[in-house]
Design a protein around this ligand. Structure first.
Ligand code: BG6
Length: 620
């Protein structure tokens, strides 16, 4: 996944593009580049590394008020300056930035080379520059079909070029002959147009536009747009008419700024109490022992008729789904499962028309989860979004759902969005359970304890316990284990993912009962084993698995409920505040987030921009 930003108007475009790339860097950060329409030729600057590295190569007084820019997450072609975007055609008169994947790259490239195109990069994206040039310069038919002579028409050249491409794209294109104009098109990768006073913006994410305008148009798949300083015209790629709606971005709490924190990840860990309050606000009905998620727009009758619930996500979102599915099944007594979206969408799943699906995603743009949404809808299923980014593709594809309200999450490793996903799924659990069999009394207890969680998170973060010793052990380790049972098994999985994402330490999470059936073979003297054992019905079982590991020389890092005598079983024991067993994941995950952060710090990793990752991946 990459980040795209473009601008046409009256401002100096170069600094604006660089600022925009900074706000989009979480989308991909292995190389970046800008192109400014500077008069007789495009001024192109590209650099390997972070946006800050590119910024050093961009002259402050680079003239021009129209430009496009890109920050890359490599798919085709290594991380090199040549492979960084933008890409030019051979005459240097057409320049393109692309987010997505061209699946029929090979035949297109071969045909373009055959007609004389010289490729400067290994990327699939460069094909677009040459293909658009083919039609723009009126080189006639491309392969089999005859094409109308549209020479000199930028919109038609882009339309014809894209009609030859199979795959996904979000693109922005400039033509030297058409100063002040940007052509954009979307198919699968997000693009949003920002409308200003005498200026127009294009970006992969509304977050990059907020400093300039809140009036936006979310491009739809199959849409083509022509932008200039006075505004925008849009069409369907297939030629049909299209009038997108202009929306106003809501004020969202929290800012995408790092503030005084050394890293976004640490800031976002500490924002969890407020994020949870924002998520619960107005949705927990303590008196009635119930919850209300208005965005689902489900009547009690519809809730009662739900035959099963399926939760879908990727990465951290999938781990939140695991907690949600267990809570729904155990508390609402309705069959519920969590599915990895990338597997689910290609498994030809049987979709129960009476079932309900949730697509869980921080960004709302993850291609695998979006693909699963489309598969469910294609099979006549009901799917709701549980999404953080307002107006994102998954939110708009589902139409109904719950916004997480965790504010902008900038660190690639997700923390506050995870907590809000889990909290939102608890709210749905309570809303559902109260329509099935849960009593008002039991509902009140659930609601009161849920309402108290933000303060308990605050309490833990004020005194996180002996994390540093545990950090030393995992940093020395060849592999670190995370064990838990039931809800804590999914917390173990999230803990392992966090440690891998941020510190690159090999980490294995296992339901602790499974350990003796194989993975225990990896244990050596001193191997760190992190056991998540809050005071719940499965604690004793986890304790015996812990002893099996200790017997083989493992060093036990124990996350437990404060005041619980089980603490003695840990070589390092980290207490978290007591709460109802349902809610332990929202507390036991906290030391694991801090452990990952501190281990990454100790190993000198790039905490907010871990290697090879991106905040969400809009390609399959
Ligand atoms: C990965 C991110 O690319 O996508 C993870 O690095 C994230 O942090 C996962 O959990 C899913 O993203 P999303 O936006 O769909 O929740």
């Amino acid at each position: 996944m990459c980040g795209i930003i473009g601008y046409t108007g009256k401002r100096d475009v170069a600094p604006l593009l660089v600022q925009g790339l900074r706000r989009l860097e979480y989308r991909g950060y292995d190389s970046a580049g800008i192109a400014v329409a500077g008069g007789r030729r495009f001024e192109v600057r590209k650099e390997v590394g972070r946006v800050a590295d590119l910024e050093r190569t961009v002259e402050a007084n680079l003239p021009g008020s129209t430009g496009i820019a890109h920050t890359r997450w490599a798919t085709h072609g290594g991380v090199t300056k040549e492979n960084a975007h933008p890409h030019l055609d051979n005459e240097g008169r057409i320049v393109v930035v692309h987010n997505g994947i061209i699946e029929n790259m090979a035949p297109l490239k071969a045909r373009l080379i055959a007609e004389g195109a010289i490729f400067r990069s290994e990327t699939d994206s460069e094909i677009l520059a040459h293909l658009i040039a083919h039609f723009y310069h009126g080189y006639g038919s491309f392969g089999d079909s005859i094409v109308p002579d549209i020479a000199g028409d930028p919109v038609e050249a882009v339309r014809l070029a894209l009609s030859r491409v199979r795959g996904t794209w979000g693109i922005a294109v400039m033509f030297l002959d058409h100063p002040g104009m940007i052509i954009a098109a979307r198919n699968g990768s997000p693009l949003v147009i920002g409308l200003g006073d005498g200026e127009t913006f294009i970006a992969s994410d509304p977050h990059a536009l907020v400093p300039y305008t809140r009036r936006v148009m979310f491009m739809a798949d199959g849409e083509l747009a022509q932008l200039d300083a006075s505004g925008v015209q849009t069409w369907r790629l297939d030629g049909g008419a299209h009038t997108p709606s202009i929306e106003t971005l809501e004020e969202e709490w929290g800012d995408g700024e790092q503030g005084d924190f050394p890293h976004f990840m640490l800031k976002e860990i500490h924002e969890q109490p407020e994020a949870l309050r924002q998520c619960l606000s107005g949705r927990v009905l303590v008196e009635e022992g119930a919850a209300k998620l208005g965005g689902l727009d489900l009547s009690p009758r519809e809730l009662v008729d739900i035959s099963r619930v399926t939760l879908l996500g990727c990465g951290t979102s999938y781990h939140a789904c695991l907690v949600g599915a267990m809570a729904i099944e155990q508390l609402a007594r309705i069959p519920a499962t969590a599915e990895i979206a990338s597997e689910f969408r290609h498994r030809n799943p049987v979709i129960d028309p009476h079932g309900l699906h949730f697509a869980v995603s921080q960004s709302g743009e993850t291609a695998d989860t979006l693909g699963a949404v489309k598969e469910i809808q294609r099979k006549g299923g009901r799917v709701m979004g549980a999404v953080n980014v307002v107006g994102s593709s998954i939110a708009r594809s589902c139409g109904r759902g719950v916004y997480l309200h965790s504010g902008p999450e900038m660190a690639v490793a997700s923390t506050k969005a995870y907590s809000n996903m889990v909290a939102a799924l608890y709210l749905f659990t309570l809303q559902l359970a109260r329509t099935t069999h849960l009593s008002a009394h039991a509902g009140r207890e659930f609601a009161e304890h849920l309402q108290a969680i933000p303060s308990l998170v605050e309490q833990y973060l004020a005194d996180p316990g002996p994390i540093d010793e545990a950090v030393r052990w995992v940093c020395e380790s060849k592999v670190t284990f995370f064990l838990g049972r039931g809800l804590s098994a999914s917390v173990a999985a999230e803990g392992a993912l966090k440690l891998m994402e941020v510190s690159y330490i090999p980490s294995i999470a296992y339901p602790s009962g499974e350990m003796k059936h194989g993975p225990i073979a990896l244990l050596e003297k001193g191997s760190p084993v992190i056991c998540i054992a809050p005071d719940d019905a499965l604690k004793a079982k986890t304790a015996s698995n812990l002893q099996e590991c200790r017997a083989r020389g493992a060093r036990i890092i124990l996350v437990h409920t404060a005041g619980d005598p089980i603490a003695e079983l840990g070589d390092v024991s980290i207490p978290v505040p007591a709460t109802l067993e349902w809610f332990t994941p929202l507390l036991t995950v906290l030391p694991l987030q801090l452990l990952a952060y501190k281990a990454g710090l100790a190993l000198g990793r790039d905490i907010d921009r871990p290697r090879n990752l991106a905040k969400s991946v809009t390609v399959e």
